[in-house]
Design a protein around this ligand. Structure first.
Ligand code: CA
Ligand code: CA
Length: 226
């Protein structure tokens, strides 16, 4: 049995520039947009079956308070107890779209803890994540998509990768996992390879992040020409 996540991410305009966002309405319907320039749509979460069958992948099991502390240790540069502005990495900006409960553009420790706690409640083990790479609407073959975990999550997940086929579509897989997909977490999205130049904001200096897990299963659609 496969649980299906139906709640899609919504755009949070206070967290970034939409200018590069692919605004196509793909076959899967109108894609809600993340602030970081990728389109995200809930599709399916592989959480295993309840009942007698054990989950194929252990569900997320972090200590929310400890992970939040690690995030603040890493990113709260001015040590004022909140994360905002340039303190927010691409992954944290995506995370903030769901975690910033009062929509004031800053993340308090409590908001971070609560969002991490939410992942524990949702109990995802591994989540199917795929998408499409295009250039001015045309599929681009051979681009490798890598999701790189935030350092403060590195003990809970590994990088996930996938390469676009001749239709520009890809599915992500994580090393040493029995099922395709991505473990819950906060990631930077980095592109490489392919037949067209990768803009820096998707490449080595990627400004794109995503959150994976529970209510957040993703289709990542990036148009390199916009
Ligand atoms: Ca701060
Ligand atoms: Ca807030």
């Amino acid at each position: 049995m496969t649980a299906v996540a139906t709640k899609a991410s919504e755009a949070r305009s206070e967290f970034g520039d939409r200018s590069a966002v692919l605004q196509q309405q793909a076959r899967m319907g109108k894609l809600p947009l993340t602030p970081t320039g990728i389109a995200v749509l809930a599709v399916a979460a592989l959480t295993g079956c309840s009942g007698s069958s054990p989950p194929p992948v252990p569900t997320v099991s972090w200590n929310a308070a400890q992970v939040a502390d690690a995030a603040f240790q890493e990113y709260d540069a001015d040590r004022n107890g909140s994360l905002q502005g340039t303190e927010l990495s691409p992954g944290l900006r995506a995370f903030a779209g769901n975690a910033d409960q009062n929509k004031d553009g800053t993340l308090t420790r409590e908001e971070v803890v609560q969002r991490l706690q939410r992942h524990l409640e949702l109990g995802t083990g591994i989540q199917g994540v795929g998408g499409m790479i295009t250039h001015n609407g045309n599929p681009v073959k051979g681009v490798t998509v890598t999701l790189i975990p935030e350092k403060f999550m590195a003990s809970f997940t590994k990088p996930a990768t996938g390469t676009a086929d001749d239709r520009g579509s890809f599915q992500l897989a994580t090393e040493n996992q029995p099922l395709p997909g991505v473990r819950p977490g906060v990631y930077t999205v980095k592109l490489s390879g392919g037949s067209v130049p990768i803009p820096d904001k998707y490449g080595e200096k990627s400004e794109v992040g995503t959150e994976v897990g529970g209510d957040q299963v993703s289709v990542i659609a990036i148009d390199l020409g916009l």
